[in-house]
Design a protein around this ligand. Structure first.
Ligand code: ADP
Ligand code: MG
Length: 295
């Protein structure tokens, strides 16, 4: 399957970077991302923060090439290679990894089966996979029984996130996109998972684009840069202090006119509830701000 040049030793692959420029994209004829410039390189953590409905998951899906999404303008490249013609599995082979906000349930396939196939597809020798997985599972406090169960089927929110983290650690991609890997986690689990991801940036030089609504994830997974997404646009970029500021003030002040022309008076009109900005043309109210109670 995989290219013969692929090697299990990631250290020979040098420095990688994912570069998104001028990206406009959407789904069903609806433009959701309205001009995104963003990049992340090996060993770096770039956090993308934004309220509900701002386009965070859309960004993750478009980067991974999920069917149904259309790119209207701009480019996404990994080490200079345009990803847009590539299917999701080809992007994964090229070194991208996506931890989805809502991981897919795969009846009949265990985590071990999936990892074995994924490693082989990358031209890497799974070796003593069972032992490696056992050690890794222990490291993130994942019960061994979960390893042999069908992938994500009937798992709690927190278990699914541990599952995603274990895959991430085993595959050690060049660049990982983590969409709300913190949702549904209690404080202890959040700490364990953030630390594991942080360690991967050092151990395997993984570059991480970490997408989150809440800054608490970033207390353990320390971002080098923070960008704020609002209504499909990056409206601010800064250092870790930007996440701290958002912790204090929420997204008030970083709001833009939503997808539809929201009345002028609404922007910056004091206490705008989280999740309101960019809640979108469907006006479906989205998940309210407390989406973290998902377990
Ligand atoms: P976030 O992850 O930041 O909460 P999403 O990327 O899920 O935001 O959604 C961004 C906007 O796109 C929202 O207004 C949402 O309603 C809209 N949207 C998401 N999926 C679809 C879809 N399949 N069809 C139309 N609009 C969608
Ligand atoms: Mg989302």
């Amino acid at each position: 399957m995989g290219g013969p040049a692929m090697s299990q030793d990631r250290s020979d692959q040098g420095h990688s970077s994912l570069v998104i420029s001028g990206l406009r994209a959407g789904i069903d004829g609806q433009e959701i991302l309205r001009g995104i410039d963003l990049d992340v390189a090996s060993g770096e953590v770039h956090a993308v923060m934004g309220p509900n409905g701002s386009g965070k998951s859309t960004l993750a899906h478009v980067v991974m090439g999920r069917p149904g999404y259309q790119i209207h303008a701009g480019t996404i490249t990994l080490d200079g290679t345009d990803l847009s013609p590539l299917a999701p599995w080809q992007r994964a082979q090229a070194g991208l990894f996506l931890a989805m906000q809502y991981p897919t349930e795969v009846p009949g396939v265990s985590l071990a089966d999936m990892l074995d196939a994924a490693l082989r597809a990358r031209g890497r020798d799974p070796g003593d996979l069972a032992e490696v997985v056992r050690v890794e599972a222990e490291r993130i406090g994942m019960p061994p029984a979960l390893l042999t169960r069908a992938l994500n089927v009937d798992l709690s929110g927190g278990e699914k996130k541990r599952n995603e983290t274990l895959q991430l650690a085993l595959l050690a991609p060049r660049i990982a996109v983590l969409d709300e890997i913190d949702s549904g986690l209690d404080v202890d689990a959040l700490r364990i998972i953030s630390r594991r991801v942080e360690a991967l940036t050092g151990e395997h030089d993984v570059g991480v684009l970490v997408i989150t609504h809440y800054s608490r994830l970033l207390e353990e997974l320390h971002p080098d840069r923070v960008s704020v997404l609002s209504a499909g646009r990056i409206v601010a970029t800064g250092g870790p202090d930007l996440a701290e500021e958002l912790e204090q003030t929420g997204y008030v002040g970083y709001e833009q006119v939503g997808y539809e022309q929201v009345g002028e008076g609404q922007v910056g009109a004091g206490q705008v509830g989280e999740g309101q900005v960019g809640a979108g043309p469907r006006g479906n109210g989205q998940a309210p701000a407390g989406a973290a109670g998902e377990v």
